[in-house]
Design a protein around this ligand. Structure first.
Ligand code: BTN
Length: 250
């Protein structure tokens, strides 16, 4: 399907805007990109600070959201598939060491390069015996293009210009948008399966000691076929489906 691309100089948050439109009944396929966000949002209610304005436009960060109706059989693993697609676009050969930190941060040498925030607007209820109607999906992506201050993160972030000194936000968007749309469509048709090995190839946590939010520790054994994180703790193998997991400081 065709997408409209909309670019604005400033907005509160590209995710907030597409969710507002969806709640007002407006659910076309659209990609909304903003040069600046005044109230960018991250996962778990955290703010997503806009990077310092670069000297030239487009060198601070790339912030955009893709909105589209989607009706996969299973939702599990969608955010991982999105991470795989973005990581492969930014670092096709793996030379830049762009890794995936479950569930959907992009890391370079344990520093955060990009974050993904996926939200869905519920459809109007259909007939009970009808197949599930599509939900409107809003996939928000923020990528550090140039240097920025840490915003309360424990480690300073990574940025793309560390290995691509001339990269700009519009150029990066042009590279990753079409593969992202194709990946989301592949996910709708085939689920997480086609992405599982590609995630494993960039898994930042596998083989490392991690800490779960309840304080327990374990060895990360990678991602299961359903997209859950597998962690071997003192109580046995746990399948973690939504949690904040950190690398255990050594
Ligand atoms: C995270 O790291 O917790 C997710 C960060 C997601 C940031 C992007 S920037 C574009 C879109 N609009 C937002 O308000 N958030 C996402």
């Amino acid at each position: 399907p065709g997408f409209t691309v909309e670019a604005v100089a400033e907005i509160d948050s590209t995710n907030t805007e597409l969710m507002r439109r969806a709640r007002a009944g407006h659910t076309p396929p659209v990609l909304l990109v903003a040069e600046r966000q005044t109230a960018g949002r991250g996962r778990l209610g955290r703010p997503w600070q806009s990077a310092q304005q670069g000297e030239e436009q487009g060198t601070a960060s790339l912030t955009f959201s893709l909105g589209l109706p989607l009706a996969p059989r299973e939702w599990a693993g969608l955010s991982l598939a999105v991470g795989v697609s973005v990581a492969e676009s930014l670092d096709p050969t793996g030379a830049a060491k762009v890794a995936l930190k479950w569930p959907n941060d992009l890391w370079v040498e344990d520093r955060k390069l990009a974050g993904i925030l996926i939200e869905t607007a519920m459809p109007h209820a259909g007939r009970a015996d009808a197949p599930a109607p599509p939900r409107y999906l809003v996939i928000g992506i923020g990528i550090n293009i140039g240097p920025r201050e840490g915003d309360g993160m424990r480690t300073p972030p990574a940025w793309l210009r560390q290995w691509r000194p001339d990269a700009t936000a519009p150029e990066v968007l042009a590279e990753l948008a079409a593969p992202l749309v194709r990946s989301v469509q592949a996910f709708e048709a085939q689920g997480f399966g086609p992405f599982a090995e590609r995630f494993a190839a960039r898994d930042a946590l596998r083989g490392r000691q991690v800490q779960l939010s309840d304080g327990s520790f374990g060895l990360c054994e990678g991602v299961a076929w359903g997209g859950e994180l597998q962690v071997r703790t003192a109580d046995g193998l746990q399948l973690v489906s939504s949690d904040e997991v950190s690398v255990r400081p050594s």
